[in-house]
Design a protein around this ligand. Structure first.
Ligand code: HEC
Length: 144
């Protein structure tokens, strides 16, 4: 009866060509030894352990569309004309520009050493929110 697999002929697997000239079994050992290198341990390896972060658009960042609304939402309840925590108000452009220029704005939102971490009692701003504020500060913190 004709064998289903003829081991005397080169047999190409996904990873190693089997060209057994001295019997087929050494190749089988080789195949078993190398097989793990050809497989993925699990689906996470294929997908990448850390899936890529969703795109964060920092190009379109302006004070009026990105920075001010975020500060309103997360900071101004403690930093306004009536409640000036840390003697800082963030209700007007001029007030925000001042802490942007002296480095305190980036210091507090990135939780840099030497700065009180903001917002007090709230979650840290997201990486994208921080990236947007950083982009605006790097542009020179314009009133745009
Ligand atoms: C729940 C109230 C609260 C919220 C919300 C809050 N802050 Fe503050 N903030 C404070 C207090 C209190 C201080 C004074 C802390 C200190 O000096 O240790 C302060 C201080 C600061 C300072 C001055 C830091 C310095 O070193 O002089 C800045 C700048 C600042 N906050 C920015 C922000 C920003 C930006 C946000 C929003 C992301 C924010 N804060 C949210 C309460 C708050």
């Amino acid at each position: 009866m004709k064998p289903v697999l003829d081991f005397r002929k080169p047999l190409v697997t996904g990873c190693i060509p089997l060209a057994p000239r001295r019997g087929w079994w050494p190749s089988l050992l080789l195949l078993v030894a190398l097989l793990p290198a050809c497989t993925y341990d699990n689906a996470a390896d294929l997908l990448g352990k850390n899936p890529p972060a969703p795109a964060c658009d920092t190009v379109a960042t302006t004070f009026s569309t990105s920075v001010a609304p975020l500060l309103q939402q997360r900071c101004v309840n403690c930093h306004n004309t009536n409640v000036r925590s840390g003697d800082v108000s963030l209700s007007t452009y001029a007030q925000v520009q001042r802490v942007a220029a002296d480095g305190r704005l980036m210091g507090v939102i990135t939780h840099a050493p030497g700065y009180p971490a903001m917002p007090v009692g709230g979650a840290k701003l997201s990486d994208c929110e921080i990236a947007r504020i950083r982009a605006w500060v790097r542009q020179g913190a314009p009133n745009n």
